[in-house]
Design a protein around this ligand. Structure first.
Ligand code: HEC
Length: 123
């Protein structure tokens, strides 16, 4: 029991060292928002020209992402049969927009990928 909580404490300390508290990182903060509101279109084979599935493909677009979410150009405010992915959605909340903007303003850091993705830098 003691051994287990010690191991957990060490794990927590290690991940905190990589992602300082208060920082906004791609894997922890940004990716869940992209998954919910952007990846329906921003994935291979969908209508958006560039995929936002990984840090590598999203990072070059960081400045543009800031522009389009602050101006509410993205996600497109549509709800029709051609965009079933968005039907019934209200787009981003102000809190989510703030997270994306702060992420870009702080240099769009990657942060620590989840353990199962570490070491497997795929396409
Ligand atoms: C309904 C589909 C759809 C969703 C959802 C969507 N996008 Fe897009 N996005 C597009 C399409 C199509 C384009 C390319 C055409 C254009 O630039 O208008 C695009 C272009 C962009 C661009 C490039 C704009 C430019 O000026 O070059 C950015 C950045 C972007 N999207 C970010 C996002 C983000 C961030 C989200 C989620 C918050 C998102 N998009 C959600 C369809 C979508």
């Amino acid at each position: 029991m003691l051994r287990l909580s010690l191991a957990m404490a060490i794990t927590a300390a290690t991940s905190m060292a990589a992602d300082p508290p208060g920082s906004i990182t791609f894997h922890r903060d940004v990716l869940p928002i992209l998954a919910k509101d952007c990846q329906g279109c921003h994935r291979p084979g969908q209508i958006a020209p560039m995929p936002f599935l990984t840090y590598e493909t999203t990072r070059p677009w960081a400045q543009q992402i800031k522009v389009v979410v602050s101006s509410k150009k993205m996600p497109p405010a549509v709800s029709n049969p051609h965009f079933p992915v968005l039907t019934g959605r209200d787009g981003l909340t102000q809190a989510e927009i703030d997270i994306l903007v702060k992420w870009v303003d702080s240099g769009a850091p990657e942060g620590t990928p989840p353990a199962d993705e570490r070491g497997s830098k795929k396409k």
